[in-house]
Design a protein around this ligand. Structure first.
Ligand code: PMP
Length: 404
């Protein structure tokens, strides 16, 4: 990987913060966009802007064609059997809410159970809690061990005749743990239970093949995979999506509307009510093509080096506590040092031009399990460098020095 060349593709990386070169280590929250993605958005708005699936005129047809090509790009990226199984949403959060709403409406009755884990993002907790209120379902929770790994033997105990779905993250946005989702899916399917994989933190780091995984649903956000904000993906097996009722009503999701009754469009449009963010969808395909050119295997190998380098250097700092010490991790390090509050650490690092995330990372139940309020989190992308990690380490040491 030619990092210098790659960095040149991301103009924001040349920005300064308080007169210091930006060190952007908050990629778990959102990734920066390569110039080709921003240019594609601009190109669509300047040359091809027209509502999709609605017009017979040339611009509308061009925009529709590009958006449908983008669907195929996503389909191939995750190796979905059919583009009918790729639904565009606003992001991971909306994708999970869609499944929670429509799956539970079709398949869950009072007392039925959904299994999540202690390390889930709020999007994969609260979406189901809303269904607890609406439909009386219950959440069961897979615990983690002291390394921040899922306890799979506990999962087996949680499964019962009432279990309707297991919904887990592929990679923890706090601990960085790569969960053994192949094993989880195997256990679930042995018990005839479908599985939703939250790939918000894995799609940008690992090769995801939905056929090989045999997952029933998989969700991710465009903005975490170098694409635009406000667009995301829900992959679902046709057999589930066909049976699930629409999530929202409106234009495009219908076949025929009358006051006597309405029939719904076929997949994937049944789940895409209203005008979609087609420029976003088209530019998401540009982002996917960009990272495919670099290659996810090269990305993973390089990011693993950054993770190892940073972990080693952080570990040497006195009073350092790293949260998430699994042997299977990717691109995320959460830590606290001594009694230094995570906000103080984050704010002082910011003054040095270093952007890290602080707080509970939308994973308050996990913070409760860890017995802390929040952490400092550094999360890497393939455009980060060892020199930037050195700056982070120096910065953390300086902050520790200030609090001595
Ligand atoms: N799940 C995980 C694991 C995440 O890291 C995030 C984003 N932090 C989400 C879900 C929600 O993603 P979005 O806000 O893009 O919908």
């Amino acid at each position: 990987m030619n990092i210098e060349q790659i960095r040149a593709d991301f103009p924001i990386l040349s920005e300064t913060v308080y007169g210091k070169p930006l060190v952007y280590l908050d990629n778990g929250a959102t990734t920066q966009k390569p110039e080709c993605v921003v240019r594609e958005l601009e190109r669509i708005y300047y040359t091809t802007n027209a509502n999709v699936h609605r017009g017979v005129h040339r611009l509308s047809q061009q925009a529709t064609d590009l958006a449908e090509v983008a669907r195929v790009v996503v389909q191939q990226f995750i190796n979905a059997p059919s583009s009918r199984e790729v639904i565009f949403t606003r992001g991971t959060t909306e994708s999970i809410n869609l499944v929670a709403h429509s799956f539970c409406q079709q398949f869950c009755k009072e007392g039925d159970e959904i299994i999540v884990s202690e390390m889930e993002h709020h999007a994969n907790i609260v979406s189901w809690q809303l269904q607890e209120t609406i439909r009386g379902i219950k959440l069961r929770v897979i615990p983690i061990n002291e390394k921040g790994e899922l306890q799979l033997d506990e999962l087996e105990k949680l499964i019962s005749a009432k279990t309707r779905l297991i919904s887990v993250t592929h990679v923890s946005n706090v601990l960085g743990t790569i969960n053994p989702i192949e094993k989880i899916i195997e256990i679930a399917h042995r018990n005839d239970i479908p599985v939703l994989i939250d790939a918000a933190q894995s799609i940008q780091h690992l090769t995801v093949d939905v056929q090989k995984l045999d997952c029933d649903f998989l969700v991710f956000s465009g903005h975490k995979v170098y694409g635009p904000n406000g667009v995301g993906v829900l992959y679902g097996k046709e057999k589930w999506l066909e049976q699930m009722p629409p999530y929202q009503g409106g234009g495009e999701m219908i076949k025929q509307v009358s006051f006597k009754g309405t029939t719904f469009n076929e997949l994937p449009f049944k789940f895409e009510a209203g005008t979609p963010d087609y420029p976003g969808v088209i530019a998401l395909a540009t982002a996917i093509n960009y990272i495919k050119k670099i290659g996810l295997d090269s990305i993973k190998a390089y990011e693993d080096q950054l993770l190892e380098y940073c972990t080693d250097k952080l570990t040497d700092i006195e009073g350092m506590r790293i949260y998430g010490t699994s042997g299977q991790k990717c691109s995320v390090i959460s830590f606290l040092v001594g009694n230094i509050h995570h906000y103080d650490m984050g704010m002082l690092l910011d003054k040095m031009g270093i952007a890290v995330r602080t707080g509970h990372h939308c994973a308050q139940p996990l913070m409760d399990v860890l017995g802390i309020e929040g952490t400092v989190r550094a999360s890497f992308a393939f455009y980060n460098t060892k020199e930037e990690i050195d700056k982070l380490i120096d910065g953390v040491k300086r902050v520790v020095g200030m609090f001595k």
